[in-house]
Design a protein around this ligand. Sequence first.
Ligand code: G6P
Ligand code: MG
Length: 222
Amino acid sequence: MKKVGFIFDLDGVIVDTAKYHYLAWRKLANELGFEFSKEQNELFKGVSRKRCLEILLDIGKIKATQEQFDTWMIDKNVDYLAYIEKMDAKEILPDVPRVLEYLKKKNIPIALGSASKNARPILEKVNLVSYFDSIVDGNSVTKAKPDPEVFLIAANNLGVNASSCIVFEDAVAGIQAANSAKMTSIGIGDSNILDEASYNFKDFTEISDSFLESLLSKNRKK
Ligand code: G6P
Ligand code: MG
């Protein structure tokens, strides 16, 4: 019987921080003299902070010096952290604690696999750190999703073969990263957008204990 591990993305899977990222990026865009819409913010899901700023500046047709670029990255993060500061357990998305608790009771190893450099403080704010056997975040990786690096490090830290890992993701780049690591990918959100995932659910309320059990027994045989 193979050991099975679960890997959770953070933003959009455990908590809805996309709205705070949006407000902070929009403030910067407005200060630079252009608009930034919610639709454009969709492009930022699962994408590193540096890449987000590059895309934002493309949208505003702004050329930045290295110094300006570095300053704006810091400004955006300072604004974002002010929102994070106010977060608490009420912001955990529905039924995430039930799924974490179910896996914990069965002694299944759990990792976080996030592009965010703020992942640990967010988990602390919402009081979920104790569920995670490993936290792999934007500070631990050199290659961004869709590169599988973040999930491969997580699998290695859990001592689980990549092919026996199951990944929850809300971003296309994250699903692609899980697939290229040969992991089982579960898309959380719009199934039309996340159509490359092995399974799709709107949110965790649709993920039953019996589905988790069937995943466990399937992946134990891999
Ligand atoms: C997640 C979010 C992205 C964000 C990235 C980096 O992947 O979905 O929108 O840009 O993390 O987050 P950070 O907290 O390091 O700026
Ligand atoms: Mg995400």
